[in-house]
Every structure is written in C-alpha cells, then in structure tokens.
Design a protein around this ligand. Sequence first.
Ligand SMILES: O=C(O)CCC(=O)C(=O)O
Ligand SMILES: [Fe+2]
Length: 217
Amino acid sequence: MSLPLFETEAQPPEIIDKGAVLLRGFAAASELRWMGAVQALQAHAAFRVMQVPGGKSMSVAITNAGDWGWISDVNGYRYSAVDPLTDKPWPAIPVFLHEQAVAAAASAGYPGFAPDACLINRYQPGTRMGLHRDQDEADFAAPIVSVSLGLPCTFLWGGLARQNPVKRLVLTHGDVLVWGGPTRLVFHGVSPLKEGLHHLLGSERWNLTFRMAKRAL
Ligand SMILES: O=C(O)CCC(=O)C(=O)O
Ligand SMILES: [Fe+2]
C-alpha cells in the first residue's frame, strides 16, 4: 500500500449507506478550475439569501447554473428557468463542471447522469442547512452529486424519515458525495459552519449540488 502524496488526492470510494458513495478529494486535483468557475458564475447570477415559506430567510446564500435553478420564496420551493433577480436565464453549467459531475456519478455507480441544474450554496461561519430532503425534482431515478469546497463542515446524514437517527460526516475541500437509488430521498443537512480559514476560500464553504431537475434518467 502506498500513502497518497498529498492529503487532497482522490481516495477510494467509501460507501456510507445503500446507494450513497463518498468520493473523498474527487474535486481537489482541479480545485482552481472549480473555484474559478463558481467565481465566474456568480458574476452573472449573484449569491443571494432567499426567503422561505413562512417569511423567514435561508441561512445560506445561493445561486444557480443550468437550465433550471432551485429557488425559494414565500410561495414555496421550485425550479425556475430564470433568475428572479434579473428575469434572465441562469448561466449554463460550465462544461468542465458538468463533465466532472457526470464522472463522479459514474464512479459512484450511476451512469447516464445528465444534470440540468446546479445549485450553489455559500456558507459562512454560523450558517447551516436544516434537515430536509431534495424532493423538488420531477423524477427521483437520478442521483444527487454534491461537491464541497473550502472550509470543512459536519454533514448530517439521516434516514428516510425525519425522526431516524442521524450520522455525522465531516466533508472537506474537494469531497464529492453522491446519493441515489434507495437513499435518494434521505433526510440530510449541514451543522452550523465553524470559524476557520481555508487557504483558498478563506472563511467560506461552497457546495455545488448537481441534479436532474426536469430531465429523466
Ligand atoms: O451543503 C451541503 O453539503 C448540502 C446542500 C444541500 O443539501 C442542498 O442544497 O439541498
Ligand atoms: Fe439537500
């Protein structure tokens, strides 16, 4: 057995639950391309904090790329073809990011992934995401591909019912978590981000979530 040269090198896939695979460090080798792409995207579609039904605000700031962007307002959660801030289509998913998401899905046992939506979440210290499941997509046959950049977080991995026990996973820069099949509708969330300083992203964590929102597998 040889040890990886760098801590950030891709590691063998870890199965964390049925249908759920953690690809540690998958995006680390091309971290600058990932970060450059997000920086370019947010110049077209800025990060913003959206309201949730009931009138409160989300904790994280979000933006989107792709044919469909996930949005939230007082009326509910849905996918929209246009950015409500500009009424213009969301920027396209950059080709390299799309290819990487497809490759990550394939490595996790999900060939044929063709994401038409990429939600980008920006976390700052103290921000979090409550337990929820990704259920606004038209079809649940396709997996979710979730990429972590910047500060580490504690990811909450629950079960198919909200009250099921929750496992805690530390996700770090470059990790890609893919889930689908029997755990496609699992409850998950992110604990409040701890203070820290990442060498590239400072005090932020970015998460990119690739999904097939309207397209079927
Ligand atoms: O930030 C994360 O790792 C998870 C994000 C998430 O669950 C979502 O956007 O639906
Ligand atoms: Fe989610």
